[in-house]
Design a protein around this ligand. Structure first.
Ligand code: ITT
Ligand code: NA
Length: 180
């Protein structure tokens, strides 16, 4: 299976999760992200496009994810990559520090396409925004704390066992086991 993404961190996590079922090869391609509030709609449209772009032979997955801050009505959500690229997580933390309520969630939709079907699998995890800590993971991991540890302080195994992506990949793994 091909994981169509520009993000190696996502691939590392998916490999760890799916290695018993299938190989996961990165196809480094920036699929078109449609403008939508729904990660599932973005991922499903992306998977269809990515399947063709990747050659139309192997099944593909794409993963659209974001950080949803409670007090900001879910912002940056689907715009998380743009916010990370323009501000960086240190400045996101400076903004979050001024909030009374620092609860947030990571959400993710993994979409699978094989030329016949498109299936989507959602995952979410709640946490709190904190001063950056840790050097593992990627993206917003250093400022996202769950149960006393930031995601950047956890091993990949531990993050996968708890994370939005791990939960979505677990659903994909169950579906693959039943349908392929
Ligand atoms: P793609 O090529 O797969 O799109 P991307 O990094 O642009 O890679 P998204 O469009 O899904 O990914 O944007 C997600 C944003 O949320 C981006 O800023 C990521 O760094 C961040 N993000 C996603 N999953 C994360 C995780 O598990 N931990 C920390 N940050 C995460
Ligand atoms: Na992207």
């Amino acid at each position: 299976m091909k994981f169509v993404t520009t993000n190696q961190g996502k691939v590392r996590e998916a490999r760890e999760y799916l290695s018993d079922l299938t190989t996961v090869e990165q196809f480094d391609y920036d699929y078109t992200e449609i403008q939508s509030d729904s990660l599932a709609d973005i991922a499903a449209a992306g998977a269809e496009e990515a399947y063709e772009a990747a050659g139309g032979d192997d099944p593909v997955i794409v993963d659209d994810a974001g950080l949803f801050v409670e007090e900001l009505d879910g912002f940056p959500g689907p715009y998380s990559a743009y916010v990370e690229d323009t501000l960086g997580i240190d400045r996101v933390w400076e903004l979050a520090e001024s909030l009374a309520d620092r609860r947030a969630a990571f959400r993710c939709t993994v979409a699978y396409a094989d030329g016949d079907v498109v299936e989507t699998f959602d995952g979410a995890v709640s946490g709190t925004l904190v001063t950056p800590r840790g050097s593992g993971g990627f993206g917003y991991d250093p400022i996202f704390e769950h149960d006393g540890e930031t995601f950047a302080e956890m091993s990949t195994e531990k993050k996968n066992a708890l994370s939005h992506r791990g939960r979505a990949l677990a659903k994909l793994a169950d579906w693959l086991a039943e349908n392929s």
